[in-house]
Ligand binder design. Structure first.
Ligand code: FAD
Length: 439
């Protein structure tokens, strides 16, 4: 094995590409940066990630004329930057959901994530999206002995709400992972992995085929209600008049939508991706190729990409994502990867990037109608499946079925003291680091 030194890491980090591996390795999407802005549509969707594109596809199916306005490129936000893990993971976890809301409600919420993965699978099949979707299963790894007790409780709770999972004790873990870092695991067979760059561009293709007007490089600066069902959506490239508006801006909600900036806390999450690895090494490190995450608050998550690279991510620092922050986090992640998988200490890292996770205070998604417009966001780091699903559910809500919104009963007050810039992130980071030390 090669020696692992700080200089070595720095050298490797500087050779890395600071863009999302998913967007870089997917076939190039169509360029919509010079698409004309329509003057009037039935529905304007703001934000071209999984929520916005899925909503556009499902709204177009109702016969509505739809425009999607995206300030950069479609998939530029969290949807093109995540871990590509499409799992039942609720950010709060099943035990906390039961504690807060009771068994029946928790069963219902868990079931929504199950339904969300099914929807992704169905869209992939029906739209012919070639994105390496595979039901690999999700592997949750206990970072401490006491965390394995929690996994045991989760296992029982899953059985109680009618879901099967498999507990893996520490002495059986080598069948799942080639690392002695963890104290046991829990395998949920429903989880899936996909190439999220291909998926998001595939959804854009599905929207395009339905006549949705996809518009990139159009920053929405204001949404105003002119009267009852008439809204003006002002953008850097002109104004669209729409009968209905859906805000799908999640962790990237900016000044144009101040109400949501006070409710969403954008937190950086960071990812590195190695060079392609030999098959024999992958068979040692991750023989089952599941979507893996540990049980810490400042967790690591990792998986093998469809082309045999290790993708290793985490909330390396409680910071926003920008090129400097991403690079610093990349170094921390590279050290983290080497500690979990010493055999990868010398592996070249080809990509590092970061993105903004769309955290809410109660760590639940929030969706509904406010002041005449609709919104769906705040998936709290678990949006690959839920954002896609909420696109379809909000299409139903906007077509007159409010019961399609599984989050309609959850109140969503502004976060006291949060006016848009999350000044408190370092304190939150310190709190969770402390919790990770003592829990
Ligand atoms: C690093 C990272 C790893 C993650 N890993 C996972 C994972 O493995 N599994 C999982 O389930 N979830 C994961 N997530 C979370 C998941 O990616 C998100 O919850 C999900 O993609 C949100 O989709 P969205 O469409 O709502 O938002 P986004 O994809 O963020 O899209 C919002 C879009 O709105 C646009 N926008 C914002 N303001 C304006 C404006 N004024 N005008 C026009 N456009 C605007 C933005 O440019 C952006 O493209 C991860 C997130 C990050 C950052």
């Amino acid at each position: 094995m090669r020696t692992y030194t700080y200089a070595h890491i720095v050298g490797k980090v500087h050779a890395m590409r600071q863009i999302s591996y998913w967007l870089d390795s997917a076939p190039a999407g169509v360029d919509y940066t010079s698409a004309a802005i329509p003057r009037q549509v039935d529905i304007a969707v703001i934000g071209g990630g999984l929520t916005g594109l899925s909503a556009a596809v499902h709204l177009a199916d109702t016969g509505a004329t739809v425009a999607v306005l995206e300030q950069h490129k479609l998939g530029w936000g969290a949807s093109g930057r995540n871990g590509g893990m499409c799992t039942t993971g609720m950010a709060i976890g099943l035990l906390e959901a039961i504690r807060r809301y009771g068994v029946e409600a928790a069963r219902g919420l868990y079931g929504q994530y199950d339904a969300a993965i099914n929807l992704v699978e169905k869209l992939v099949a029906e739209e012919g999206i070639d994105c390496d979707f595979r039901r690999s299963g999700k592997l949750t790894l206990a970072s401490k002995p006491a965390h394995y007790d929690r996994l045991r409780e989760t296992h029982s709770a899953l059985a109680e709400i009618g879901y099967e999972a498999t507990l893996v004790p520490r002495d059986g873990l080598s069948a799942e992972i080639g690392s002695d870092t963890y104290w046991g695991g829990l395998v949920d067979p429903l989880g899936a992995g996909l190439h999220v760059g291909k998926f998001v561009r595939g959804l854009a293709g599905a929207a395009d085929r339905r006549g949705v007007q996809l518009i990139e490089d159009a920053t929405v600066t204001a949404v105003s209600r002119v009267s009852g069902q008439v809204h003006d959506v002002r953008s850097s490239r002109g104004t669209v008049r729409a009968s209905q508006v859906l805000l799908a801006t999640s962790g990237y909600s900016g000044r144009a939508v101040p109400r949501y900036r006070r409710r969403i806390v954008p937190i950086g999450s960071f990812v590195i991706v190695t060079e392609p690895l030999p098959r024999e090494l992958i068979d040692e490190l991750m023989p089952t190729r599941r979507m893996a995450a540990d049980t810490k608050n400042l967790l690591f998550y990792f998986r093998i990409t469809p082309d045999d690279r290790m993708l290793f991510g985490g909330r390396a620092r409680f910071a926003l994502s920008n090129p400097e922050s991403d690079l610093k986090s990349g170094r921390i992640l590279q050290r983290g990867m080497a500690s979990v998988f010493p055999a990868l200490a010398g592996s070249r890292v080809d990509y590092t990037w970061g993105g903004l996770v769309d955290m809410t205070r109660d760590q639940l998604p929030h969706a509904g109608e406010h002041d005449g417009h609709f919104y769906s966001m705040g998936y709290s780091g678990h949006g690959v499946q839920m954002a896609t699903y909420m696109g379809s559910q909000m299409a139903a809500v906007m077509s007159g079925d409010p019961s399609a919104n599984p989050w309609r009963e959850f109140p969503w007050p502004a976060i006291p003291g949060h006016l848009g810039r999350p000044w408190f992130l370092p304190f939150v980071g310190a709190y969770y680091r402390m919790k990770d030390r003592i829990s």
